[in-house]
Write a protein that binds this ligand. Structure first.
Ligand SMILES: Nc1nc2c(c(=O)[nH]1)N[C@H]1C(S)=C(S)[C@@H](COP(=O)(O)OP(=O)(O)OC[C@H]3O[C@@H](n4cnc5c(=O)[nH]c(N)nc54)[C@H](O)[C@@H]3O)O[C@H]1N2
Ligand SMILES: Nc1nc2c(c(=O)[nH]1)N[C@H]1C(S)=C(S)[C@@H](COP(=O)(O)OP(=O)(O)OC[C@H]3O[C@@H](n4cnc5c(=O)[nH]c(N)nc54)[C@H](O)[C@@H]3O)O[C@H]1N2
Ligand SMILES: [Mo]
Length: 714
């Protein structure tokens, strides 16, 4: 459930969990864990967690058997498709999918069986810009460089808070220790964030940037590097196109030109550029705060450019590519999924597709707007878009208007309460685990397989079984499948995720192939190494790993270059100034929206508070601890104010994943400490105009005392 892949040592007595600790012998995490690991026990034992499928009966729910539930969902979905066409059924895949290899493998099968173009996921409220940059620059959406934290001399972090998130798209269990080690060996840590975060507090330098302006900062860094002759791509130059073009593009963006807009001193920007260039090795790294902003696409591009121009891409201590036991890049190649962008435009708003998905920000309007292709039914797979996508309020109203909805989810929560059928998978301790995705994003190459701790209850189904069951029914009853894919699906069902994993391991870069014996990885080999296998440090992989034609880095992809015009015109327009910009926040004991039903994770003081700088509070006559109303064009919530000079003036912060007060959910603990959903305030109409990623950082808001009646259009 977490990207850090911490090894756990769980002590049990029969069915009872006695303790959960960090596995000291884990080859990657060396004993590190955080409170969420311990909460796995709560999740497993949670009486609110659904054990059997449930079906709506009026305002109530009744348990039904698996066959009946799967039949029902398949039949209703096919009925909607027959009446309104294949694309009238939408699918939303949520974040826990990527932590569940069975769900990844068999989710693909369900999508194929459905044959719908109405696909959505958490990607467009998260890492889409990373993948876009990878696609356009390296020729593959999964060629994602990872900062080599353990060897770098300089880590520049923009819009990420790894001390709390445990590191994201940088799997690095025990990241605090790793960052302290970086400083102890004389390296530098610089954090760019509107809030003095836990990570910023540990850094040598914290630059409190104005939300949504990082693209300007990155351009100014590049401008300094080129102007001062500090651009030294080294060996990368031999296979990089567009260096001089990028130099030209950065020219106008001097530190002085962007200082006011970014809220940073020109001297600080210049000093940062020089220090980054002078470091023996350096890595620029940016995550959610950098991606989910108005110019998130530009940001993730310019970040890679910074690494390339300073020669830090693909070198030890820089930003490197992994060589995981299961090679996702190669698999995606095989099935023709290098990625694509803007091959189509969404029906209502015309936003671009990415990798065959529409931005989550258009889901509500695609449900609401009549016409050919209107979404009439929805399947959510491990997702809670009501709390996690912008303007969740509007989405909720849209969900209520669907002809049919089903959720594959262990909880009756803010989203699944709108379904007619909920299909709950077993608990994470009742299924096996291999990290298909996060081994591929880890700061060291390792591999680990964990068998299920408990046998599933007789009536329990894993995600893959649910997805396979649906896919089989939909494909056979829909009659929309040839013999080839029928056999494929049959074989996959036979092999199950374990069999498929064994194949992937064997055929991967460290695999033993299909020989029954010999050296190299197989599932058996991993089963014999419960603490994981170390496969070595990250190694240079370019240019061979590139998937562009001629295996060259495209430093100035035309689509990204073109988007600079949007940024330039924003810079040339008068500074809107004055107002408040809303940004997000995570904390160690939350996991997006869905772990607040664990008492140990929600106890203690209230965490869903709005952080505000003292000067902004004083200007509005607001006091610490007061109830305030936070509002935007999209909606309003009342929350408790926490006044702190950790916030940069002009910015306020509210965490996401709260708002558990809605009627009809089955979340007794979460419901008692509900908080409010920040995504009732974020705006589905505010997206990165390039790629449709939601703007979750830098939403313009007002804050008033809660007593003032809301005059917002809801
Ligand atoms: N304002 C704001 N919004 C954000 C963000 C932000 O920073 N600010 N962050 C965004 C990010 S990065 C992400 S990834 C998204 C997450 O967006 P989502 O993935 O839509 O939301 P989650 O809260 O992760 O909800 C996961 C759902 O999966 C269920 N679940 C958990 N484990 C399993 C499982 O093993 N199988 C199945 N079938 N279901 C399971 C849970 O009960 C829950 O309903 O939120 C995004 N939303
Ligand atoms: N404890 C915990 N861990 C998690 C999760 C969780 O919910 N809880 N969620 C997991 C998921 S799905 C993900 S994707 C990762 C996310 O991992 P991270 O990206 O590391 O997590 P965040 O805490 O969202 O960090 C984003 C940072 O961006 C800052 N920020 C906001 N706006 C801007 C801006 O305009 N510019 C800059 N430079 N910074 C800005 C915010 O203040 C915040 O500190 O975390 C994962 N790990
Ligand atoms: Mo995420």
């Amino acid at each position: 459930m977490c990207e850090a892949m911490c090894g756990l040592a769980i002590e049990v007595d029969g069915e009872r969990i006695l303790s959960i600790r960090g596995d000291e012998e884990d080859v990657f995490s060396h004993g590190h864990i955080c409170p969420k690991a311990v909460a796995l026990a709560d999740l497993h034992e949670d009486p609110d967690r659904l054990r059997r499928p449930v079906r709506r009966r009026g305002s109530d729910w009744e348990e039904v058997g698996w066959e009946e539930a799967l039949d029902l969902v398949a039949d209703r979905v096919l009925e909607v498709q027959r009446t309104h066409g294949p694309h009238s059924v939408a699918v939303y895949q949520g974040n826990p999918t990527v932590h569940n290899y069975g769900a990844i493998l068999f989710g693909q099968m369900l999508l194929r069986a459905l044959g719908t173009r109405s696909r959505y996921s958490a990607t467009s409220v998260d890492q889409l810009p990373h993948q876009l940059a990878a696609l356009l620059m390296f020729g593959h959406q999964l060629l994602l460089p990872v900062p080599d934290v353990d060897r770098t001399s300089f880590l520049l972090v923009l819009g990420a808070n790894p001390l709390v998130s445990n590191g994201s798209m940088m799997t690095a269990a025990g990241i605090e220790r790793r960052l302290r080690a970086l400083r102890a060996r004389g390296g530098r840590l610089v954090v760019v964030d509107p809030r003095r975060t836990e990570t910023a507090a540990l850094a040598d330098t914290h630059l409190a940037v104005r939300p949504g302006t990082d693209a300007l900062l990155l351009l100014a860094l590049l401008q300094v590097l080129f102007a001062e002759g500090l651009a030294r791509p080294g060996r990368l130059a031999a296979f990089t196109d567009g260096l001089s073009e990028v130099e030209g593009l950065a020219r106008g963006f001097t530190p002085e030109r962007v200082a006011d807009r970014t809220g940073l001193a020109a001297a600080d920007i210049r000093a940062l550029a020089r220090a980054f260039a002078a470091a023996p090795s350096a890595a620029a790294y940016g995550r959610v705060g950098l991606s989910t902003q108005e110019f998130g696409g530009l940001c993730q591009w310019l970040l890679v450019v910074l690494n390339v121009v300073t020669g830090n891409l693909d070198r030890p201590g820089g930003a490197m590519f992994t060589r995981p036991a299961v090679d996702l890049v190669a698999i995606a190649d095989r099935i023709g999924q290098r990625g694509h962008f803007a091959k189509g435009a969404s029906r209502v708003r015309g936003l671009p597709e990415f990798g065959g998905e529409w931005p989550a920000a258009v889901l509500a309007e695609e449900i609401e707007t009549p016409g050919k292709g209107q979404v009439r039914a929805l399947l959510t797979l491990a997702g809670n878009p009501v709390l996690s996508t912008p303007n969740g309020g509007r989405l909720e109203r849209a969900l209520a208007s669907l002809d049919f909805m089903a959720a594959v989810d262990p909880y009756l929560n803010e989203t699944s309460r709108h379904a007619q059928v909920v299909l709950p998978p077993v608990s994470p301790l009742e299924r096996d685990h291999y990290d298909l995705v996060f081994h591929a994003l880890a700061v060291r190459n390792t591999a680990k397989y964990s068998p299920p701790l408990f046998a599933p209850k007789a009536d329990g189904r894993e995600d893959w079984q649910i997805l396979h069951g649906l896919a089989e029914r939909i494909a056979s009853r829909g009659g929309r499948r040839g013999l080839g894919s029928r056999l494929g699906s049959l074989a996959a069902g036979r092999l199950g995720p374990r069999g498929l994993l064994d194949l992937l391991l064997r055929l991967g870069p460290h695999g033993r192939g299909l020989r029954p014996w010999g050296r190299g990885l197989s599932l058996r080999a991993l089963e014999k190494a419960p603490h994981g296998l170390d496969l070595g440090e990250l190694e240079p992989a370019l240019p061979a790993a590139l998937r562009t034609s001629g295996r060259r880095i495209a430093l100035a992809p035309p689509l990204l270059v073109a988007d600079l015009a949007r940024l330039r015109s924003r810079l040339d327009a008068p500074d809107p100034g004055g107002g408040l910009a809303l940004i997000g926040r995570r904390d160690l004991r939350s996991n997006n929206s869905w772990m607040h039903n664990s008492a140990r994770l929600v106890k203690g003081r209230e965490r869903c508070t709005l952080l505000m700088n003292p000067s902004d509070a004083a200007a509005r006559g607001l006091a610490d601890g007061e109830r305030v109303r936070l509002r935007s064009r999209a909606g309003a919530v009342d929350v408790t104010l926490a006044v702190t000079d950790d916030m940069r003036p002009g910015s306020v912060s509210l965490p996401h994943g709260w708002g558990h007060h809605r009627a009809g959910t089955r979340l007794s603990i979460a419901g008692a400490r509900p908080g409010e959903s920040v995504n009732d305030v974020t705006d589905e109409l505010e997206v990165d105009g390039l790629c449709g990623t939601a703007v979750l950082s830098g939403v313009s808001v007002e804050v008033t005392p809660a007593a003032v009646p809301a005059d917002v259009v809801r």
